[in-house]
Design a protein around this ligand. Structure first.
Ligand SMILES: NC(=O)c1ccc[n+]([C@@H]2O[C@H](COP(=O)([O-])OP(=O)(O)OC[C@H]3O[C@@H](n4cnc5c(N)ncnc54)[C@H](OP(=O)(O)O)[C@@H]3O)[C@@H](O)[C@H]2O)c1
Length: 247
């Protein structure tokens, strides 16, 4: 029985992915900043472990507690929507600390065991915004585009050890807690000079019908974990799929 460790399982894609793997007889280590035993159905194959991907001690403790794993899913992430002039540098640093450096740190921490065993998969959840530029998302997009580039370079480095590194690019998923969780970073993030632009962006989102569901992401992560022939970049969700040209 294989073991997957997933970051950011308290809600959204991470929670659904944990459920999806549990239903398919994997051992799941669902990590959360604030562990909640009731978030997922009880199972002898489930362990809930505390993990903050921005904290080196937390990463070390979580991986010690987890023991050997077969697949790492770097899903934890935070968003910010705003004009660059309205996004303080402390916020930009927080976004990179979680989305980019958190992913790099987690990957670095699991690699020794994967390399020694000559087996393992790292799956990084980025975003379809890296495929089509949108206004008001410059910092968030940069944090995820960096992970795309990181993944593509690392995949070449690890091929020799039979370790795979894959990307899942979800589209816009209004049903997760992502938007709500980003609110605290968005005070004054749209200065008056950008109000007209923002109005147009929100109106366009209101009209778009193709969205991403958490199940789309869980399925793409499942494929990356189980199918060595799957493309390095997979879109998740109808809106993301429309943007990604097949390899
Ligand atoms: N929703 C979308 O439209 C969308 C689209 C494309 C890509 N994505 C990406 O998909 C991933 C999941 O997003 P989601 O939509 O499922 O949003 P979500 O419901 O807000 O889930 C994000 C998860 O990340 C966790 N997290 C945040 N900071 C963390 C940290 N420092 N250490 C560990 N966990 C942390 C959150 O935990 P807490 O509960 O502790 O905050 C939460 O469990 C993110 O990487 C996001 O950027 C989302």
């Amino acid at each position: 029985m294989k073991t997957v460790l997933i970051t950011g399982c308290s809600s959204g894609f991470g929670l659904e992915t944990a459920r999806y793997f549990l239903d398919r007889d994997w051992k799941v280590i669902a990590t959360m900043r604030t562990p909640r035993e009731d978030a997922l159905p009880r199972s002898e194959h489930l362990r809930v472990i505390a993990l903050d991907v921005t904290d080196a001690d937390s990463i070390r403790r979580a991986l010690e507690e987890a023991g050997p794993i077969d697949v790492l899913v770097n899903n934890a992430g935070i968003g910010v929507l705003g004009a660059l002039e309205g996004v303080p540098m402390t916020t930009a640093r927080d976004v990179f600390e979680t989305n980019t450096l958190g992913t790099i740190a987690m990957t670095q921490a699991v690699l020794p065991q994967f390399r020694l065993r000559r087996e393992g998969v790292v799956i990084n959840v980025t975003s379809s915004v890296t495929l089509m530029p949108l206004p008001l998302l410059s910092v968030y997009t940069a944090s995820k585009a960096a992970v795309n580039a990181f993944t593509e370079s690392l995949a070449l480095e690890l091929e020799q050890f039979n370790v795979r590194v894959n990307l899942v690019l979800p589209g816009r998923a209004p049903t997760t807690r992502f938007g709500e969780n980003a609110q605290s970073r968005m005070r004054d993030s749209i200065p008056e000079a950008y109000a007209g632009l923002a109005k147009g962006v929100f109106e366009a989102w209101g009209l778009s019908t193709a969205v991403t569901h958490a199940a789309d992401v869980a399925q793409a992560v499942w494929r990356a974990a189980n199918d060595p022939s799957c493309p390095l970049r997979q879109a998740a969700g109808a809106d993301a799929a429309a943007l990604l040209q097949p390899d």
